[in-house]
Design a binder for this molecule. Structure first.
Ligand SMILES: Nc1ncnc2c1ncn2[C@@H]1O[C@H](COP(=O)(O)OP(=O)(O)OP(=O)(O)O)[C@@H](O)[C@H]1O
Ligand SMILES: [Mg+2]
Length: 497
C-alpha cells in the first residue's frame, strides 16, 4: 500500500551492535520518492552501518524496515539489489583484475540470445554511454588496476547507475572526485530524482549537502539527533548537531615563519609529468591543485619512488638525491600519506597499534618488552591526539569507520618523523571537527621545521590552509598563487589550461 506522504522507505528504531560498540542506537529515518536525503555525522557516527543494514550487508539486532509499505529484511546484498537498491560503498569495491565493463555489469550480464551468450559488445557500448554521461574519458576495456583512485570511484558510480534502481545510496561518492567530476555526478542525481529515484547521500562536505539534498538527518554516536529541511538550516546548525558544540574556526590558519628551501625539484619528467619544477620551504604548506588526470598523483608518486623518474633532479637540503624506490624516499625523511588507504596505506587485518607503528618499527628501541611498551605508548598518544574512535588499540583496522581508518594512516606518517611530508587528500572522509585538529597538527609540524606538500581537491581547504598553491594541468604547472591571492575561480581556470 502506497503511503500518503510518498514515503518509499522507512527504517524504524534500528539498533546494531558490534563487540564493544553500539553502532546504531534506535535510529529511524524515512525517505520519500524522488528526494535526496543527506546523512551527516562525525567519523564513526554510524552512517555507513545504517546503509549497510539497509542493503543487507549487516543484519540488524532490532528495528523494522519497510519498503513501499512492506516489511523487509535483506539477508545479503544480492537480495537488496534485486529489490532495486543500489549502493556506492565508501570503500571502493571494484574487482582489480577485471575490465571496466565487467565491473560495471558484474553479476547482471546482459544476454543476447536464449543461449545465454554474453553480449560484450553491447555491454561495452552501454559502458561507454554511462561513462560519457559522467563526463569521463575511460576506455571501458581498461583493466581496473590501471586506473587511478578517482577513476575507480567513477566506475563505482557507473556501476550503481547502470541499472535503474528505486533507491540509490551513495556513501561519500565524491571523496576522491574533483569539483568538475562532482558537477557531472550532481547532474545525474538531478536526472535520477526527476525519474522518481530516491537517494541517500552521505558526505562530510557541507557544501555538497546544501547543493544537492532536500532534507538532512544527523547522527551522533549511533543516535539520531534530528532531521531538518535543507533550505531551513545552515552550516552552523548542522555542525552543532553533528559535534554537539560550536566550531569557531573551520580553517584555523596560524602564521608559521617560512625558512630555507628544504626540497627542490628541477625539470622533473616521469609518466604523467611533463616538466615540473618547484621548491618547498621549511615551515611551508605547499598546496597542489589539479583536476582528475592532471598529473598530481603521478607527481606525488614520483617524489615517493613509486613512479619512475625519466629525467630531472631532486634536492633535499641542498643535496641531490636518487629516488627509485619508496625506501629511498623514506631514508631521505620524505613521508607520504597516500590517497587510497586500502591499497597502499593500511594493513587492514592488523590492529590499530601495529598500523601506527609499522613504518617505524626500527625506531622503537631495543628489547622486546621495551619495544612493546613504547609501541603501546605511541599508539595511545595518536589515538588521543587524533581522537581515533576504536574500542581498543588492538582492534583490526578493517572494522573502523572510513574516517577513522584515514586517521590511522595519518598517525603513522606523522609518527615517522619525516621532514618533508606529502599528504594526498589528507582530510578525505574526515569529519569537520577532526579536520580542524588535522590542520592544527599540520601547522605544529611546520613549526617544528617540517615542510608539507598537500594535494587537495577541496577548494575551501586548499585556499585557506596552503601558504602557496601550485596548479597542475596535463603534467605541467600552469599557475602559482600565494595565500590570499587565489580564488576558487582562478584555481579552476588555471586547472583547465
Ligand atoms: N564490521 C565492524 N566490526 C566492528 N565494529 C564496526 C564494524 N563496522 C562498523 N563498526 C563500528 O561502528 C561504529 C560506526 O561505524 P560507521 O562505519 O557506521 O561510521 P561512519 O559514520 O560511516 O563513519 P565515517 O564518517 O568515518 O565513515 C564505529 O565505531 C565503527 O568502529
Ligand atoms: Mg562511513
Amino acid at each position: 500500500m502506497a503511503d500518503n506522504n510518498n514515503v518509499i522507505l522507512k527504517m524504524e528504531n534500528i539498533t546494531k551492535t558490534f563487540p564493544g560498540v553500539v553502532a546504531l542506537n534506535n535510529v529511524s529515518i524515512d525517505l520519500k520518492k524522488g528526494e535526496v536525503l543527506g546523512i551527516l555525522g562525525e567519523n564513526g557516527a554510524g552512517k555507513s552501518t545504517l546503509i549497510k543494514v539497509l542493503a543487507g550487508n549487516y543484519i540488524k539486532d532490532s528495528g523494522k524496515i519497510t519498503i513501499d509499505g512492506n516489511e523487509t529484511e535483506f539477508k545479503n546484498p544480492g537480495e537488496a539489489m534485486e529489490s532495486g537498491i543500489r549502493v556506492i560503498y565508501q570503500e571502493l569495491n571494484t574487482l582489480e583484475n577485471l575490465s571496466v565493463t565487467e565491473n560495471i555489469f558484474l553479476g547482471e550480464q546482459e544476454t543476447k540470445t536464449p543461449l545465454n551468450i554474453i553480449d560484450w559488445k553491447k555491454m561495452e557500448k552501454e559502458s561507454r554511454k554511462i561513462l560519457k554521461q559522467l563526463n569521463i574519458d575511460i576506455n571501458p576495456n581498461t583493466i581496473m588496476e590501471d586506473l587511478s583512485v578517482s577513476e575507480k570511484q567513477v566506475v563505482e558510480i557507473a556501476k550503481a547507475i547502470s541499472k535503474k534502481g528505486k533507491i540509490l545510496i551513495m556513501d561519500e561518492p565524491t571523496a576522491a572526485l574533483s569539483e568538475e567530476d562532482k558537477d557531472s555526478l550532481f547532474e545525474i542525481i538531478k536526472t535520477l530524482k526527476e525519474a522518481g529515484v530516491s537517494i541517500i547521500y552521505i558526505s562530510h562536505r557541507l557544501k555538497e549537502i546544501f547543493e544537492i539534498t532536500d532534507r538532512v538527518t544527523v547522527l551522533r554516536d549511533g543516535k539520531k539527533i534530528g532531521t531538518v529541511g535543507t533550505s531551513e538550516t545552515d552550516s552552523n546548525q548542522l555542525v552543532t548537531m553533528m559535534v554537539g558544540r560550536d566550531i569557531q574556526e573551520m580553517y584555523p590558519k596560524r602564521e608559521v615563519p617560512i625558512g630555507e628551501v628544504i626540497m627542490s625539484v628541477k625539470n622533473l619528467v616521469a609518466e604523467g609529468i611533463e616538466d615540473v619544477s618547484f621548491e618547498l620551504r621549511k615551515g611551508e604548506i605547499l598546496g597542489i591543485f589539479g583536476l582528475l588526470g592532471s598529473g598530481k598523483t603521478s607527481l606525488v608518486k614520483s617524489l615517493f619512488g613509486a613512479n619512475p623518474i625519466k629525467s630531472g633532479k631532486i634536492y633535499v637540503y641542498g643535496k641531490k638525491i636518487t629516488i627509485k624506490k619508496p625506501w629511498q624516499a623514506r631514508d631521505n625523511k620524505i613521508g607520504l600519506v597516500p590517497v587510497d588507504r586500502k591499497l597502499d596505506g593500511l594493513a587492514l587485518m592488523l590492529g590499530v597499534k601495529e598500523n601506527i607503528t609499522l613504518a617505524n618499527i626500527q625506531q622503537l628501541g631495543k628489547g622486546f618488552l621495551i619495544k612493546k611498551a613504547v609501541e603501546r605508548e605511541k599508539a595511545q598518544r595518536w589515538i588521543d591526539n587524533l581522537d581515533i574512535n576504536t574500542p581498543s588499540m588492538n582492534q583490526e583496522v578493517n572494522s573502523l569507520s572510513g574516517g577513522n581508518q584515514q586517521k590511522v594512516v595519518l598517525a603513522r606518517w606523522l609518527e615517522s618523523g619525516s621532514n618533508i611530508i606529502i599528504l594526498n587528500e589528507p582530510t578525505r572522509g574526515i569529519d569537520v571537527g577532526t579536520k580542524v585538529e588535522i590542520y592544527k597538527l599540520m601547522q605544529n609540524l611546520c613549526e617544528q621545521g617540517a615542510g608539507i606538500i598537500m594535494i587537495s581537491s577541496e577548494l575551501p581547504e586548499i585556499l585557506s590552509i596552503a601558504d602557496r598553491i601550485l596548479v597542475i594541468s596535463k603534467g605541467r604547472i600552469t599557475g602559482e598563487f600565494k595565500r590570499g591571492k587565489a580564488s576558487e575561480e582562478k584555481l579552476m581556470q588555471t586547472a583547465c589550461i
